[in-house]
Design a protein around this ligand. Structure first.
Ligand code: SF4
Length: 270
């Protein structure tokens, strides 16, 4: 079996026609999506079916994780069907009208109906649907403290931190290294606000992916022989307003969206 380790390996087996039959704008975008676990090799109709079995994708866990996320999403939807959305509105900083709960998500309005279906003016990645439904169900409505803590400081944070650092912080750092406009996009596209003098970072931006779960993303540029660094901070009340597993899913969803934005600008994040 031949292991495909990078987008370049995949480019060698598609015909590079940029025909878009896979739904991606270019073969390069498709190749990067396969390596990142968001697409499957068999979604390119140009690769002969009989050849697919001879390839494996290095470190491929993304597809499995997406399947898990889908099952978890179905579970959350069934819980939403038994929940009073109207009663949840004031607790979670949302509004209720026409049988839908509307939540501000990164400056955009996202509505949820009684079946757990989402409606929005923006394309919603499934990885953000999970934390949003989880927020509606489990948010305790604790007011923000204004104190920022690392994911590690949550009660179950240490257990999850290895995965969190790799999937969320390291992925975001790689995007920021290759696509420095990322932080401007956070402010322009996602209603982010620049935070001043935070832990001596070169730039820090606060996003509001959920009203009571703000996220502060801090980036230190490379220099003096040191690699760049990126850390994500949360309000200390975070785990009271969202279970730690869903905080992880929220940050992972943001990391994926940032990768997509960089790719849309022709940047391949390796
Ligand atoms: S379908 Fe295959 S050949 Fe066409 S753009 Fe996608 S990856 Fe490229």
């Amino acid at each position: 079996m031949k292991e495909l380790k990078s987008p370049v390996d995949i480019l060698k087996i598609v015909d590079r026609s940029n025909c878009r039959k896979c739904g991606e704008p270019t073969c390069l975008a498709f190749a990067a999506a396969v390596i990142n676990g968001r697409r499957n090799l068999d979604e390119c109709p140009v690769i002969p079916k009989e050849e697919l079995a001879q390839y494996s994708i290095k470190g491929r866990r993304g597809a499995d994780m997406e399947r898990d996320q889908k099952q978890f999403l179905d579970l959350l939807k069934s819980r939403i069907q038994q929940t009073g959305l109207e009663q949840a509105a004031s607790r979670i900083g949302a509004s209720y009208a026409n049988k839908k709960l509307t939540v501000p998500v990164c400056g955009k309005l996202v509505s949820v109906d009684g079946q757990g279906n989402l409606y929005s003016e923006i394309h919603l990645h499934m990885w953000l649907a999970v934390p949003l439904l989880s927020y509606i169900l489990d948010c305790q409505g604790v007011p923000l403290s204004g104190q920022w803590v690392s994911f590690r400081e949550f009660s179950k944070g240490m257990e999850w931190y290895g995965l969190f650092h790799k999937v969320c912080e390291e992925s975001m750092r790689k995007v920021a290294d290759s696509y420095p406009e990322l932080f401007d996009d956070m402010m322009d596209l996602f209603g982010g606000r620049k935070a001043q003098d935070f832990h001596q970072s070169d730039i820090a931006v606060t996003l509001y992916p959920l009203p009571l779960v703000p996220v502060r993303i801090c980036y230190w540029k490379p220099g003096d022989g040191m690699e760049s660094s990126l850390n994500v901070f949360f309000d200390s009340t975070g785990e009271k307003n969202l279970p730690v597993e869903s905080i992880y899913a929220l940050a992972a969803g943001l990391a994926r969206m940032f990768e997509k934005i960089a790719m849309r600008h022709g940047v391949v994040v390796s």
